[in-house]
Design a protein around this ligand. Structure first.
Ligand code: HEC
Ligand code: HEC
Ligand code: HEC
Ligand code: HEC
Length: 348
């Protein structure tokens, strides 16, 4: 995100859309986006347990910012400035920072940060599903029927596994950290209010790990149909998150402008998507819902209702479509030169 700029309070008082030109403003907000940010520490097994079977995914992870933040963040000057302003002495010891920069595991009844943002931050804490999901490997069981496989996945999901096919849940998780919901952290601590996030470009670069299903021989980009789903659902979650943020904003401060700007941009982009993919009536419905509540303070009930409605539409889209019929979106989707960081090379 670009430099943070404060505006005179006179401007801030003349709230909302008229002031959307304000950029890179600070945030003031205190809510959680309806998603638990961190994986449940008591049920976290740690990335080493996944690495046993998922070597390539683990290698990809080890070159990412998500991995490196464990060592690098607490050593940076900026981190120490933020910690000082927050009255935090040890960043890795029971602080708010643990929510988003670390994977925390419970050991002897103590929560201990064990790595940066790892597998379970995105796929759910593993203890209850790790054995279930890998119950069929082709080695120990020679044949598994479709019904048995479906039952295995259903059970894994019921035990907290977030599978890649749940684009909506995956996206909610990213946004749970990439839009910062803590008012104090931003206002008092001077932490960024969030990332300029977009799901295709942010998931297909350094984060990409597409190896299991391609037998460990490559790390190909998601296919065209999948990219459309990531793009569309990601944009919807951007809008949903921004609306929830405005709903909970308490002060006529910069954060509210930032969130209103996010919401307005997202609904414009979704309006374009609705035109480009007329076969998906849900998109127009989302845009309509987004316009059903004013982007202003003291409007929690309407904004939350709009966000809930959008959430239901996105869940539906995520289940009903696979992207194959949404070619109209292709021209809107960021191209590889916009991907964040570099994907791990194929190892063959
Ligand atoms: C004992 C080996 C083993 C371990 C340990 C293991 N996995 Fe897996 N994992 C597998 C196998 C086998 C599959 C593929 C199953 C299939 O496609 O039928 C898989 C598939 C997956 C998938 C893709 C699921 C899908 O929807 O297709 C994800 C995500 C995943 N594992 C995450 C993890 C995470 C996170 C951990 C650590 C908490 C982990 N796995 C630990 C063996 C393992
Ligand atoms: C709600 C999630 C969240 C919490 C809580 C959080 N961070 Fe962050 N932090 C992020 C994200 C996301 C980024 C990357 C922002 C970007 O895209 O540039 C980040 C980036 C940073 C950076 C580097 C960016 C910069 O401004 O130079 C530092 C330093 C940092 N965080 C420190 C902290 C400290 C210290 C704490 C605890 C007091 C903390 N963070 C708590 C999500 C969080
Ligand atoms: C548990 C919190 C958390 C979750 C969940 C999360 N991130 Fe992050 N992500 C962060 C933080 C914190 C940073 C900044 C780390 C740093 O640089 O110190 C970051 C950094 C990144 C970066 C590197 C950005 C850069 O500066 O180049 C990418 C790309 C990224 N995340 C993509 C994703 C995607 C895609 C998802 C969801 C599939 C996701 N993240 C989920 C917390 C999270
Ligand atoms: C930042 C969030 C994030 C983290 C961290 C993360 N994943 Fe994933 N994972 C995803 C997303 C998103 C997909 C789906 C990607 C797509 O469709 O392009 C995925 C897909 C997968 C798959 C199926 C694709 C394949 O064939 O490999 C497996 C298996 C997997 N992840 C395992 C892991 C393991 C093991 C780790 C830790 C070493 C890990 N993931 C860390 C978000 C994450």
């Amino acid at each position: 995100m670009h430099s943070l700029r404060r505006k005179a309070s006179g401007h801030l008082a003349s709230l909302w859309l008229g002031a959307l030109g304000v950029c890179g403003v600070l945030a003031a907000l205190g809510f959680a986006a309806g998603v638990s940010l961190a994986s449940d520490a008591a049920k976290t097994v740690g990335a080493n347990a996944c690495a046993e079977c998922h070597k390539q995914e683990t290698e990809a992870w080890k070159t990412s910012h998500h991995f490196k933040t464990f060592r690098e963040m607490p050593r940076s000057k900026k981190a120490n400035e933020i910690a000082d302003k927050m009255g935090i002495r040890r960043i890795k010891s029971g602080t708010i920072c643990l929510d988003c920069h670390y994977t925390v595991q419970q050991k002897d009844n103590r929560d201990e940060p064990v790595s940066g943002i790892s597998c379970e931050s995105c796929h759910g804490a593993g203890q209850d599903w790790i054995k279930v999901h890998s119950g069929f490997s082709g080695k120990t069981i020679l044949f598994e029927s479709k019904t048995e496989a479906a039952a295995r996945w259903k059970l894994s999901e019921s035990k907290g596994m977030i599978r890649p096919r749940s684009v909506y849940q995956i996206a909610k998780n990213c946004y749970g950290c990439h839009v910062v919901p803590q008012e104090d952290l931003v206002n008092k601590g001077g932490h960024r209010a969030g990332s300029v996030f977009e799901l295709v470009s942010w998931s297909q670069g350094e984060v990409r790990h597409n190896t299991w299903h391609s037998k460990g021989r490559e790390n190909a980009s998601a296919n065209a149909a999948r990219l459309r789903m990531l793009y569309l659902v990601g944009l919807g979650v951007e809008l949903e998150t921004a609306l929830r943020s405005i709903a909970k904003a308490t002060a006529r401060k910069a954060y509210a402008f930032e969130m209103a700007k996010r919401a307005d941009n997202a609904r414009k982009q979704l309006a374009a998507a609705a035109k480009a993919a007329p076969g998906v009536p849900e998109i127009a419905k989302i845009v309509e819902l987004a316009h059903s509540a004013g982007l202003k303070l003291n409007n929690e009930r309407r904004l939350t209702a709009a966000a809930d409605g959008i959430s239901a539409q996105l869940t539906g889209i995520s289940e009903k479509y696979d992207g194959s019929t949404l070619a109209g979106l292709d021209s809107l989707i960021p191209k590889p030169d916009k991907y964040k960081g570099t994907a791990r090379k194929p190892d063959n």
